[in-house]
Design a protein around this ligand. Sequence first.
Ligand SMILES: Nc1ncnc2c1ncn2[C@@H]1O[C@H](COP(=O)(O)OP(=O)(O)OP(=O)(O)O)[C@@H](O)[C@H]1O
Ligand SMILES: [Mg+2]
Length: 249
Amino acid sequence: MTPATTNGSTVTAGSVMVSADVPDIAASRSAPVLDSRAACPVLRAEGVTKSYRRGLWPRRRVLPVLRGADLELCAGEVVGLVGENGSGKSTLMKILVGALAADAGTVWAVDRVGYCPQEPLLYDRLTCDEHLELFGVAYEMDPAAVVAASEALYASLGFARWRNARVEELSGGTRAKLNLALALLSDPDVLLLDEPYAGFDWDTYLRFWELTAERRAAGRSVLVVSHFVTDHERFDRLVELRAGKTVSP
Ligand SMILES: Nc1ncnc2c1ncn2[C@@H]1O[C@H](COP(=O)(O)OP(=O)(O)OP(=O)(O)O)[C@@H](O)[C@H]1O
Ligand SMILES: [Mg+2]
């Protein structure tokens, strides 16, 4: 593992998960890469710090969010990232995938990381099919593999009938399904999901957990931001963000 230094933080080289043709989504879904083939860890963060600057001079304030957060994810693990609203879960996930620069710290990850952001980053004027096709190109997938994976995801998440609808016509739950499908499309080794099932109906919620269990069984890793105590038994372990640091609750 040979991390590189970027903007004060240390991350590994950029991911191949996104295309330069889609810069906004590329920024949010790209992931740092490492060349490790080791089963554990497949993702590791050490001493990550991040502050946001708010307001304008002379009333400028600095808001420290992460104060040395550490995290490790192994192959075949499903880990819950928990913490109260505003504790920095989304900030940490963005740093883990390389969408946001940390002020300090180090992140390593294997080269195939998928990311489902808390706010779906979708194009209003494009259809579901067009999104999947676009991301398939961005992930450098074979077109036949994109079609096969898309069909499986439509069937699995139950939104095939919306395949030709533009995003602007979709309900919030269907947008969430598309958001998750885009993260799953290339079958990444590590999946980072930021409250992925907000808006899912009950059947889809249960299907989501089946998909997660299938990934665990296949040796894939999943990190899920969750607020629901009822989900906790579905995780192999929990990591809590508290006062800017990660702790085991
Ligand atoms: N771009 C930004 N500029 C300034 N402050 C920000 C920015 N993004 C997040 N924050 C602040 O950083 C803190 C952590 O935000 P973050 O979204 O990471 O929390 P979270 O744990 O994901 O919360 P939630 O459970 O509500 O999703 C919050 O106080 C938030 O207001
Ligand atoms: Mg969040």
